[in-house]
Design a binder for this molecule. Structure first.
Ligand code: C2E
Ligand code: CA
Ligand code: CA
Ligand code: CA
Length: 275
């Protein structure tokens, strides 16, 4: 995958041992799966610490495989990239997510994960523009999540793409912060609105002194730079309390809700917002 320039992250991690049957089915049937609507987006809320309301919901891909049930995206997306269909799948995700968000009751934002291949595709800005137009969603209600691997590549063109997206009015989040080749200089060089602190730091809060120090440093830096911080993978009340004390602005995790199907979002919002 590296040689043909489709990505700098590894597509063939050893633990990614997808069942051979699913692998074959995926290769043969991905387009059919798209047509047959076997893909689905689940949504997971991010709760704002100050307002205590859901500000954003993240769209997370699921594949409802006829035989295997729900297949997680960590297993599907690398294969989709491998067979060269991530751009059309990503387009579908953007369209679906914008259309869903346009129907949410409280003007919540939707955040959409972009794969590095999708981010560097020449079509990205046009695809985002048309997803917004087709759904009627205001650009300010769409957030795009990118990972650090995108930033290491070609700084100039990455910056140009980010600025074009920002000009549309969408916001940009840096996902999985702290897991890759993180550099604090990224936070200064690129126009992020939000940094998402990886769940590995959240799960080690209270277990290692370093994780507390790192989360504190990141939230303080982001605050100083005018960016919000979402902690991912919040599972316990103890983590919740620690993250609030450390100054995180938003929290996401099973403690509040697991990712849920689109049709359950209105009820979930009602429950979490206490309306
Ligand atoms: P991510 O963007 O870091 O998404 C967060 C993952 O953490 C999700 O896994 C979510 O279900 C899980 N999670 C949320 N709260 C908790 C918690 O409290 N504890 C734990 N242990 N996990 C939690 P999921 O849905 O399996 O997605 C995995 C990854 O697949 C995502 O990681 C993202 O990188 C990728 N992905 C998902 N949907 C899309 C998509 O539409 N496009 C692209 N390019 N990538 C996607
Ligand atoms: Ca994400
Ligand atoms: Ca993440
Ligand atoms: Ca992740």
């Amino acid at each position: 995958a590296k040689a043909n320039g489709r990505g700098c992250h590894c597509f063939f991690e050893p633990e990614m041992n997808l069942h051979a049957q699913i692998r074959r089915t995926l290769r043969l049937d991905l387009r059919r799966a798209l047509d047959a609507r076997e893909f689905e987006l689940f949504y997971q809320p991010q709760v704002n610490v100050r307002t205590r309301k859901v500000g954003t919901l993240e769209a997370l891909l699921r594949w409802r495989h006829p035989e295997s049930g729900l297949v997680a995206p960590d297993r599907v997306i690398p294969l989709v990239e491998e067979i060269g269909l991530i751009v059309p799948l990503g387009e579908w995700v953007l369209e679906q997510a914008c259309a869903a968000a346009a129907g949410w009751p409280g003007q919540e934002k939707v955040s959409v994960n972009l794969s590095p291949v999708q981010f560097t595709s020449a079509r990205l800005v046009a695809v985002v523009t048309s997803a917004l137009q087709a759904s009627g969603l205001e650009a300010s209600r769409l957030e795009l999540e990118i990972t650090e691997s995108v930033l290491m590549r070609d700084t100039e063109s990455t910056l140009a793409t980010l600025h074009r997206l920002k000009q549309l009015g969408v916001s940009i989040a840096l996902d999985d912060f702290g897991t890759g080749y993180s550099s604090l200089s990224y936070l200064q060089r690129f126009p992020f609105d939000k940094v998402k602190i990886d769940k590995s730091f959240v799960s080690s809060l209270g277990r290692t002194a370093a994780s507390t120090a790192i989360v504190r440093a990141v939230t303080e830096l982001c605050m100083a730079l005018g960016m919000s911080t979402t902690a991912e993978g919040v599972e316990t009340e103890a983590q919740h309390a620690a993250l609030v004390a450390l100054g995180c602005t938003d929290l996401q995790g099973y403690l509040f809700s697991r990712p849920c199907p689109a049709e359950e979002v209105p009820a979930l919002l009602q429950k979490l917002n206490g309306a």
